[in-house]
Design a protein around this ligand. Sequence first.
Ligand SMILES: NC(=O)c1ccc[n+]([C@@H]2O[C@H](COP(=O)([O-])OP(=O)(O)OC[C@H]3O[C@@H](n4cnc5c(N)ncnc54)[C@H](O)[C@@H]3O)[C@@H](O)[C@H]2O)c1
Length: 265
Amino acid sequence: MKAVKGCVALITGGAAGIGLQYAKELLRNGLRAVTLADISEERGNRAVDEINKEFGKNRTIFVRTDVTDREQFTEAFESTVNTFNNIDILVNNAGIMNDEVWEREIGINFVGTVIGCLLALDHYIPKYRTKKEGVIVNVASTTGLEVFGALPIYVATKHAVVGLTQSWGSESHYNRTKVRFLTLCPGPTDTTLALDGLDKNLGPAYQDIFKDSQPFVTLQDPKHVAKALTHAIQYGKNGSIWVAEDGKPPYEVVMPPKEKMKKSL
Ligand SMILES: NC(=O)c1ccc[n+]([C@@H]2O[C@H](COP(=O)([O-])OP(=O)(O)OC[C@H]3O[C@@H](n4cnc5c(N)ncnc54)[C@H](O)[C@@H]3O)[C@@H](O)[C@H]2O)c1
């Protein structure tokens, strides 16, 4: 795949779940190397073993990183350029779905994404990219495009990621930075986050809302979301938003201008 071939990527939360599938799918499509930046050392080492077995050695490193910590995030970029000489693609994927610890949730899902974008934009991608253009994919969720009363704070972090990415995805920034911004919005997907997360809310009232609103959710395979990511990187225009849900092909959504959202009297 042209947009990926020979490039180097850094994926946060890349040691497990959808993040690990992003790494493998990008490698399958010609990525030269990938850094897995994840808070879990155990999952990180296991993921490196898996990638070594499937793709051979020297294609990946694990850097223990808490994305809420700017120094650790910087270290992940430093290790990437020291090991692979380049960085072209950042996937801000690390996230939790746990409104019980909502300050931490905002920290990981939103502040971590901001830190990653600032480091990539201001320091690393312009200096170390292989090609003329760099790419930042911020992972939101279909909940970032709608409302879901059972998890208001998780949903808000994902709305924030959509707004952030659209704003940096404007043409004025692209002309300045030559970094393409994409938003990826997965629907419910078969990972630990989805299986455990729905009980992690603000209390019984929120649990009841969940039971009433979404009694049956089908979880798609993470590999499906990974294919959507490579599709978006290959075909997505700067600022575009991509949805991957129900195991179906990804599709693009366009935010309507506010005038079109005006309620008719
Ligand atoms: N699974 C779903 O249904 C679903 C749906 C929509 C969006 N998403 C989003 O996709 C992303 C990945 O989710 P997943 O389902 O693969 O979850 P997951 O729990 O399977 O994997 C998340 C990874 O992030 C890592 N992580 C957690 N906190 C971190 C931190 N502070 N710093 C660095 N790494 C950290 C974890 O160790 C783990 O390896 C998240 O942003 C999530 O909100 C998931």
